[in-house]
Design a protein around this ligand. Structure first.
Ligand SMILES: [Ca+2]
Ligand SMILES: [Ca+2]
Ligand SMILES: [Ca+2]
Length: 420
C-alpha cells in the first residue's frame, strides 16, 4: 500500500483529553444519641437538671448558637426523650436532632472530590454547580446504591479499560478491540503497518489510561467504600478498544467498535474521541447505530469553534465541558452542534495503574452525560430519540438564555432528568 493511500484510510481520531492536569449513607431521620432542648427562661438550673434526668438526659454536649438551645446526650430513643422533655414545665421545646441530607451520599472516600456530581464549593468551586447526582439517585430509586446490575448497558469506544480496577471490578460484561494497531517496536513506537481493525473478543486492556478514566466517570461502583462513584454506577459496561496507547486510532476501528457495541445490546454509546475529518464511513455507521443506541461524543478541546466528528453528526449528542464554577472550560469547543454541557475540568476518576487521577477535557464531560442518559433510558420509553429529548429538556441553562454554542441547551442535571 502506498503511503498516500494509507493516510487516506487511516483518519486518526484522538482521545479528547487535555494535558494532565465522607459522609454517612445511613438512612436514620435523626441522630441516635442526641436531642436538642431549649429550657424555659424561668426554669432554675436544678429544675432543668431534674427535668432532664427524669426524661433520660445524660449530659450536656454543647449549645446551638443563637437560639439558646442545648445539645444533650440521651439514653434510649431520642424521640421518646424529646416527648418526655416537652411535657415538663421547665422545657420550652425539645426535638430529635434531625439529620439533613443532600440526597443519597455514598460512602466512597473520594466522593467529596467529585464536584461534578455534588458541588459543595469544594476547592474553590460554586455550590451546586453540578449534575445533582445525590438528588437524582434518590429520585430514581437508586439512593440505597444497589450493587446489582441495572438494565441499561453503557458501551464505550476508547483505549480500553483496567477491568480489574477496584472501583470497576465486575463492571465489564463485554470486552473487545481491534486486532492490531500496527507493528510494535520494543514498546516505543508502533509502525502503522499491517493495521487490522477487525474486532476480536477479549482485547480491551487499557495501555493508556484514558478509557479507564472515562469508564469510571460513567459507571464506577458507588458506596463500596472505595475510590469514586460513577454517575450510572449500576450500569454494566461494554468496552471496545479502538484507540491505541497514544490515544489515537483509525476510523475503521471506531466504526467497527460502534457496530460491535450495538450488537452487545448497549443502548447508550459514549465516545470521548474525535477528529476534524468528516468520514463517510463513520457518519454512516453512526446513523445506522442511532436507531438502537443514544450516542454521545466529545465536542472537542480546540478552545475554538472547530467542528469535530462524530460529535458533529446530527445523530450524536455533542458534549461540551464546564468547570467547577459552572463556567465554560477554556479548552472546550464551542459551535452550533454543541448540545449539552457537563463537568469536564479537573475530573477525578479511575486510572489504568489501579489508582485515581484528575484529568480535563470534553472526554471527561462526555461520560457524565452517558451516565445520565443510561439512568434516563432505564425509566423513559421511546428509545434514543426520547432519551435525547429528555436530556435536552432537563438541563440547567448556562450562559445566554436558551441553546448557545458553549453550553448547548445547558449543563446536564440528573435530578431534573429523572423527575421531568
Ligand atoms: Ca447539587
Ligand atoms: Ca466507589
Ligand atoms: Ca444557554
Amino acid at each position: 500500500m502506498t503511503r498516500t493511500a494509507w493516510i487516506g484510510l487511516v483518519v486518526v481520531l484522538a482521545a479528547l483529553v487535555t494535558a494532565p492536569a465522607a459522609a454517612s449513607a445511613a438512612s436514620a431521620r435523626y441522630d441516635a444519641h442526641t436531642v436538642i432542648v431549649r429550657y424555659a427562661d424561668g426554669a432554675s438550673s436544678s429544675q432543668r437538671s431534674v427535668a432532664g434526668r427524669l426524661a433520660g438526659v445524660l449530659e450536656r454536649l454543647g449549645r446551638v448558637r443563637g437560639v439558646g438551645a442545648d445539645v444533650v446526650r440521651v439514653a434510649g430513643d431520642p424521640a421518646a426523650v424529646a416527648a418526655r422533655l416537652n411535657r415538663s414545665a421547665a422545657v420550652l421545646y425539645a426535638e430529635p436532632n434531625y439529620i439533613a441530607r443532600a440526597g443519597a451520599i455514598p460512602n466512597d472516600p473520594r466522593f467529596g472530590e467529585l464536584y461534578g456530581l455534588h458541588n459543595t464549593g469544594q476547592a474553590g468551586g460554586s455550590n451546586d454547580a453540578d449534575i445533582d447526582a445525590p438528588e437524582g439517585w434518590d429520585a430514581a430509586g437508586l439512593g440505597a446504591f444497589p450493587s446489582a446490575p441495572g438494565p441499561v448497558k453503557i458501551g464505550i469506544v476508547d483505549t480500553g479499560i483496567l477491568a480489574a480496577h477496584e472501583d470497576l471490578a465486575g463492571k465489564v460484561v463485554d470486552c473487545a478491540g481491534v486486532r492490531s494497531f500496527g507493528i510494535d517496536l520494543l514498546g516505543l513506537i508502533t509502525l502503522p503497518l499491517l493495521v487490522d481493525t477487525t474486532i476480536v473478543g477479549g482485547r480491551c486492556a487499557d495501555d493508556n489510561g484514558h478509557g479507564t478514566h472515562v469508564a469510571g466517570t460513567a459507571a464506577a461502583r458507588a458506596n463500596n467504600g472505595r475510590g469514586v462513584a460513577g454517575v450510572a454506577f449500576n450500569s454494566p459496561l461494554a468496552i471496545c478498544k479502538a484507540l491505541d496507547r497514544t490515544g489515537s486510532g483509525p476510523v475503521s476501528g471506531i466504526a467497527n467498535c460502534i457496530a460491535y457495541l450495538v450488537g452487545t445490546g448497549a443502548t447508550v454509546i459514549s465516545m470521548s474521541l474525535g477528529s476534524t475529518a468528516d468520514s463517510v464511513t463513520l457518519r454512516n455507521t453512526v446513523a445506522a447505530a442511532s436507531g438502537s443506541a443514544l450516542i454521545v461524543a466529545a465536542a472537542g478541546n480546540s478552545g475554538a469553534s472547530t467542528m469535530e466528528y462524530p460529535a458533529g453528526y446530527p445523530e450524536v449528542v455533542s458534549v461540551a465541558a464546564t468547570n467547577r464554577g459552572d463556567g465554560h472550560a477554556g479548552f472546550s469547543t464551542a459551535n452550533a452542534k454543541v448540545e449539552i454541557a457537563a463537568p469536564g475540568e479537573d475530573v477525578l476518576s479511575t486510572w489504568n495503574d489501579g489508582a485515581y487521577r484528575t484529568a480535563s477535557g470534553t472526554s471527561m464531560a462526555t461520560p457524565h452525560v452517558a451516565g445520565v442518559a443510561a439512568i434516563i433510558a432505564a425509566r423513559v420509553s421511546g428509545g434514543p430519540a426520547a432519551w435525547r429529548a429528555r436530556l435536552a429538556a432537563s438541563v440547567d441553562d448556562l450562559g445566554p438564555a436558551g441553546r448557545d454554542p458553549r453550553f448547548g441547551f445547558g449543563r446536564v442535571n440528573l435530578a431534573r432528568a429523572v423527575t421531568g
